[in-house]
Each structure stands twice: as C-alpha cells, then as structure tokens.
Design a protein around this ligand. Structure first.
Ligand SMILES: Nc1ncnc2c1ncn2[C@@H]1O[C@H](COP(=O)(O)OP(=O)(O)OP(=O)(O)O)[C@@H](O)[C@H]1O
Length: 272
C-alpha cells in the first residue's frame, strides 16, 4: 500500500503557519562505526511550539538531541537557530568556543539521567548558579537570587536549595535540571525523557510543571519520550523515528489518533 507523504497532511497548527522557524535542521546524519544512528533528519521548530520525538529504543532520538545541544558532532547536516549573533551561521561549523557560548546562552537540556546534567555532590542552588557563572555572572547575591528564582519556577522546594542532588528524590533532581536549563531563559529547551523512571504520581507533578512553564514562558521545546501520554499532553507536533530516520511527522492528534505509517500504527497500538 503506498504510504502518504508528509506533505499530504497538515504539518503545522494554524497559529504557526505564518511564522519563520526558530530552528532549522537539514540532513542531520551520524554513524558510530557501522551503526547508523541518525540519517537525513530534517526538522523545523517554530517559536513557542513543543515538538515531540517518539520511536523505539535505539532509533536515534537521544543522538539527535545531543547533536542539537552541540555536545556531539554531526557527520553531515546543517543547523540554524534564529538567535542574535548566530542567525546566519551553520552551528555545526562554529568553533568550539562559539558552540559553548551558544549552548550556555541559548540552549537548555534536561537529561533522563540526572547525573549527566548535574554535579551530584554540589548544592542544588550551586548547580543552577554554575550555569549563570558560565555566562559571566560573578556577584554572589545575584547568583543566589537568580538560582532561587529558577528553582522556584521549576517548583523546587525552597528549603532544599542547599541540599546536593545526590540526596534528593528523582523528581526533585529533574526539577534542579529544569531550573538549570531555564535559568538563562534559553531560546531552545531540549528534554530527553524528563519523566521516565519517576513514580507515576511524581511524573504527573513534573508534567504539570512542564505544562505551566510551556504556558508561561513559551520556550521552544523538543521533547523525546517513550510515553505517548506525555507527548500528547505537551507536544504540538510529533516526529516518529525508526532506524535513525523520520518515518512520519504531523500534528500530535493526527499522528496518535490516525497514524499512517505501519511502524507508527504499531507503536501507537503497543502503547494503548
Ligand atoms: N556513543 C555511542 N557510541 C556508539 N553507539 C552509539 C553511541 N550513542 C548511540 N549509539 C547507537 O546509536 C543508536 C541510536 O541511539 P540513541 O541513544 O540515539 O537511540 P534512542 O532512540 O535515544 O534510544 P533510547 O530510547 O533507548 O534512549 C543506537 O544503536 C545506539 O546503540
């Protein structure tokens, strides 16, 4: 049976149709030796929208996020972000200094494993302040206030600010990562399985926080999750990845309620 091409479906919510994308990714590819992790991924993110990536384990989702966070080099592809000073640049071609500068100022990331994003023995406030120090802030009072504000925004309990992530629950660790990610008000937020591994009730609380932030700050967000409920709650659009490539994309309701590609159909029915 012929597969419908993505252009046959409505690809953007009406409110975004007239806007220029914040992020444009073309032909992103990555191999690890003989393993093709990502092949020819194209993606646009429009200001304020949240896009989800779904796909089975090993389909390349986290590798895409790491390359967008400029922590992993791409083999091929171009990456543009419409932020001051970098609009015309292919970010993959920047030198390491400018990549780091851009990453600190404009990109926030939350990893599934908190130890990848946090220093587990430093205080929670210190973890968030570190991000501000990297951006050049040195005044203690400012650092303390800004870290407290970011932690409050991610609904982290104020009386735990001096505790290190090592002694916190999984949900609280994710809140510290989130605070660190949003402290500098980045243009782009990357979430890699932010609620996976948490108790169901804690997952719901973290999801509520993400929803509130989405509503209040409208940060352009790319979220990877196995949990289609999380994707349905947060994402405007969805990309479905298989073997490193995007096999289907469209509005979240379209993809989850009326999947066209057999792989997406299988993925959706397996989670029902
Ligand atoms: N640093 C690495 N070295 C070698 N292979 C890697 C590396 N990182 C990822 N891979 C491989 O690339 C492929 C894609 O991995 P990736 O972690 O991006 O998938 P994923 O869709 O995020 O999976 P999961 O849902 O399990 O996190 C896999 O085959 C993985 O084994």
């Amino acid at each position: 049976m012929p597969q419908p091409q993505p252009h046959q479906r409505r690809l953007l919510p009406p409110r975004l149709v007239r806007q220029a994308p914040l992020l444009e990714l073309r032909g992103l590819s990555k191999r690890y030796g003989r393993i093709v992790a990502v092949q020819g991924v194209n993606l646009e993110l429009y200001p304020g929208e949240t896009v989800g990536i779904v796909g089975e384990s090993g389909s390349g989702k986290s590798t895409v996020l790491r390359m967008l966070n400029l922590e992993e080099a791409a083999d091929a592809g171009t990456y543009h972000l419409a932020v001051p000073g970098f609009t015309e640049q292919n970010l993959f071609a920047l030198d390491r200094f400018h990549q780091r500068q851009l990453r600190i100022q404009q990109i926030g990331i939350v990893y599934q494993q908190p130890h990848m994003g946090l220093r587990m023995q430093a205080t929670s406030g210190g973890n968030v302040a570190e991000r501000l120090i990297m951006a050049g802030e040195r005044r203690f009072a400012t650092l303390r206030r800004a870290a407290s504000d970011a932690l409050a925004s991610s609904e982290f309990p104020a009386d735990r600010i001096d505790d290190p992530p090592a002694v916190l629950s999984g949900g609280m660790q994710q809140r510290v990562q989130l605070a660190k990610a949003i402290a500098l008000r980045p243009a782009l937020l990357l979430l890699d399985e932010p609620t996976t591994g948490l108790d169901v009730s804690i997952q719901a609380l973290v999801l509520d926080t993400l929803l509130r932030l989405r509503r209040e700050r409208q940060i352009t967000t790319l979220i990877v999750s196995h949990d289609l409920g999380v994707i349905r709650t947060l994402a405007d659009r969805v990309l479905v990845m298989r073997h490193g490539a995007v096999v289907e994309c469209g509005l979240t309701d379209q993809i989850l309620d009326d999947p066209q590609h057999p792989y997406t159909q299988q993925l959706v029915s397996a989670r029902l």
